[in-house]
Structure formats: structure tokens, C-alpha cells
Design a protein around this ligand. Sequence first.
Ligand SMILES: Cc1cc2nc3c(=O)[nH]c(=O)nc-3n(C[C@H](O)[C@H](O)[C@H](O)COP(=O)(O)OP(=O)(O)OC[C@H]3O[C@@H](n4cnc5c(N)ncnc54)[C@H](O)[C@@H]3O)c2cc1C
Length: 459
Amino acid sequence: MADLCSELRIDALAAELRRLDPSLPLLGSEAPAELLRFSADYHDYSPVLVELLRGCRAQLVAFASSLDQVRLVAGACARHGVPLTVRGAGTGNYGQCVPLQGGLVLDLCGLNQLRHCDAATGVIEVEAGSLMGALNQQLAPLGRALRLVPSTARSATIGGFIAGGSGGIGSLRWGFLRDPGNLLGLEVVTLEPEPRLLQLDAAASAPLNHAYGSNGILTALRLPTTALLAWQQVVVGFDSWDRALAAAQALPATALQLHALTLLDGPIAHKLPWPGGCPPAPLGQHRLLLLAAPDALEVLPAWLAAFGGQIHWQAPEGESRGLPLRELSWNHTTLHWRAQHPDWTYLQMLLPQPERPCLELLNQRWGDDLLWHLEAVKQLGASRLAALPLLRWRGELALGRLMADCREAGAVIFNPHVISVEAGGLGVVDADQVAAKAAHDPAGLLNPGKLAGWLSNPG
Ligand SMILES: Cc1cc2nc3c(=O)[nH]c(=O)nc-3n(C[C@H](O)[C@H](O)[C@H](O)COP(=O)(O)OP(=O)(O)OC[C@H]3O[C@@H](n4cnc5c(N)ncnc54)[C@H](O)[C@@H]3O)c2cc1C
């Protein structure tokens, strides 16, 4: 799939950038290993993507730490007709920041100031390259926290989360990133010979939310925050999967305040690393991981015992050793499993309600090749269970059959083995995303190849 720009064009672009801003850090052909490093993300979870993205690499990497530098790079790329792919921390799982047509990768990790936190509303304005973990540390003394973060919050940027992520810790309360209210506004630089700096309100920002940076360079975001709570990490063991599932279904309907709920099939729990002091899971024990409000702890032990669950470990967040419980959830579960089983991959889906018949049908058909990892989420205001099951890799045909079985069983698949924004979502073109690309990137140079709606109907 590798498709590069002519070296002449890249050399001319690099020369212009060096002339216009000698302080702008640039990497070029003299640093081939670094070019590869800044072209990669975590798409190796998918054997399909590994093949599709083989050889894709940047020809130039620029590191911007100011708005002026972003505009300078955007303008120069537009004038030279060179593709530009924005990069945060490069932790995406679908090759979102892998440049399909070479060109320049623009790393925005240096653009990382918290510009403002409104004391009355908790609304923040923050630059796109801010790491979410660091941002939460800045917000804590103000009594605030981000509503939603991925399990990679310690290493990933807020701009990359909005452009490439979907949800995570907090989705149990706040739904998914694209739900109205989770993004209040964006500051955006266009890709034009004279780039414009736009301030978009919530409605105008929506088409740039989860568009893989293909229709605008996000330089700052306006986001709501939530009151800071001292979440307690709780690990619960169950001997019976059915009772563990029943508890996971029932908990979000209680008045107990939870921030995350992860349910792990016994074989997964048995192989996972656990926080310091938490006993490993014996074979056959399924585990429910919770982030619960301190006042929930009075009720939880007896409530869980009624479902056959027993609390094996608990500790306030930030006060335990080793891995935080958050880093056993969402795609960290996949990461830890694959560290020991590199021949496994994963899927992402929203389970139908009731969940059990779907899980049973898939267990019957796929047996030991499929292990369940569920996450409680809110979808359109209702509590639901999402699944990120682990599956033994048996080739693309088997993957296709499994996805067909999941759909037959009523699940909605969010396919993590595809390149385009649309194919990884609901499979339909969002005309507003395409219109935003026409308005902000008329030459189609931003992360080319990722927005299917543009490829089928450019400009
Ligand atoms: C172990 C593991 C666990 C994960 N858990 C979760 C999870 O819980 N929830 C979740 O949603 N994701 C998860 N992810 C995926 C990923 O970590 C997150 O989506 C993360 O927020 C991406 O941020 P990033 O800075 O690494 O973005 P990158 O990977 O650098 O970029 C992601 C996309 O956004 C674009 N982009 C980045 N910055 C900008 C910008 N300023 N303007 C325009 N476009 C931009 C890039 O071009 C790319 O298309 C996980 C990944 C791993 C490896």
C-alpha cells in the first residue's frame, strides 16, 4: 500500500520549512529509523492491518509547539501539494496516524498548554497535544477531571483521542465521545496555501470528531469536565460466568456510583498481570473490575455476594503499586493478553439485549477460540454492554465468518481491522465529515485515504 511523494517535492518542502522557521524540529531521510517510528501506531493488534499498512511511512516529520508553527507547516504542505498526517502520541489501534501516501507527519505533542478552566462551569480549553493523564493532574487541584479517557490516558493526547478514539473509562456514565455534549468546540487550522484559524462551536465541531484528522488540524479543544472523585479500584471474583454477567448487567441500574465496569472471562483473568497486592486470578475465576465511588463501598460487598461475587482487592486510585486497574481495561486487556499470545487478535462490538443468548451462540460456534471481555457503557442514554473479545487468529476468512455470526446474533460490530473512518464505524458515509474536508482541506491532503466518503466523491 506504500505510495510516496517524489523526493524532489519533499526536499523543496523541507528547504522552505527550514528557511521560514529554522527553529522548527524536522526529521528527514537522514533519520530513516525515526521516520518509521513516527509513522507507526498500535495497529499490530490486527494481522489484516499489518499487511495493509506494510511499508507506509512518513518522508518528513515536523514537531510543532506553537500555533504559528502549525500554520506554517500546513501552508507549506498545501503549496507543495504534500500530504500531511497529524500525530498525537501514536497509540491508535487502526493505523489512524499511519501515512498511507507518505508526505509529512506533523507531531503535535509540543502543543500542550491548558489555556483555561472556567471555575463556574468546569469547561476547559486545552491544546490538542496535551497528554490526558497530565491534564487530569492539572485539573485535580481545581476539583475537576476529564469525563472520558481511554485506558492509554497516561500516554495519549486529547487531540488524538477526539480525532481517533471513541470512548473508554467514563463511558459508563458519559457515553461515547461523539455523543452530543462531550465536545463543546474546536480550534482548527485548515490545509490551504494561506491556512485559516477557525473557532468552531459544538455543532460545527461534530464532523471533525472521530475523523482521523482527515478534515482539519485540531489545535485546541473546548471540553466539559466532571467533579473529581476519589475512585476506588475494586476487583471481584466469581466462580460462575452467568452470575458474573448478571451482576455486570444489574450494577449500572443501581444507585451505586461507578466510573468503569470491566468483566473478564476466567482464562483472560488468569493470565493478566494485576496491581501490586492484588492476588492473581486462579484458573476458572471470572473477574469484575470496578471503579466505584467511596460511598459505594458500604453497599457493594453484600450486593455482590448476592450474585456470588467476592471482593478480592480494593485500593483508592493513585495509592496502589504497579499497574492501575484502569490499565487492565479496554484495549489494555488486549495488550496484556497479546503480550503472551501474539497469535491472538480482537474485535469490538455492542452486544444486543439481553446479552446472554448472543454470547452463548458465539461460544457454541467458536469455543476456545473466543474469550469474552465486556465493558459497561451508556449508549443513547441507556446502559449497555460493549465487548472487546479476544480471538485466536485463524485467518481473514475465519474473521469474516465470526463477524457474520456476531451480526446474526444481534451485535453491532465496530471493525478494528479496517483503515477508513467509515468502515470502522457504522459503515456509512457521513456527508458532514466529507463537507468539512471540502471546506478545510480542498486539495485532499490531510491523512489521505482514510475518509472513504471523500475518496468516492472528492470535493
Ligand atoms: C493499550 C491501548 C488501549 C487503548 N484504549 C483505548 C480506549 O480505552 N478508548 C479509546 O477510544 N481508544 C483506546 N486506544 C486507542 C488510542 O490509545 C486512543 O484513541 C488515544 O486517545 C489516541 O491518542 P493519540 O494521541 O495516541 O492519537 P494518535 O494515535 O496519534 O492519533 C489518532 C488519530 O487522530 C489524529 N490526530 C491526532 N492528533 C490530531 C490533531 N491534533 N488534529 C487532528 N487529528 C489528530 C491522527 O491523525 C490519527 O488519525 C487504546 C490503544 C491502546 C494501544
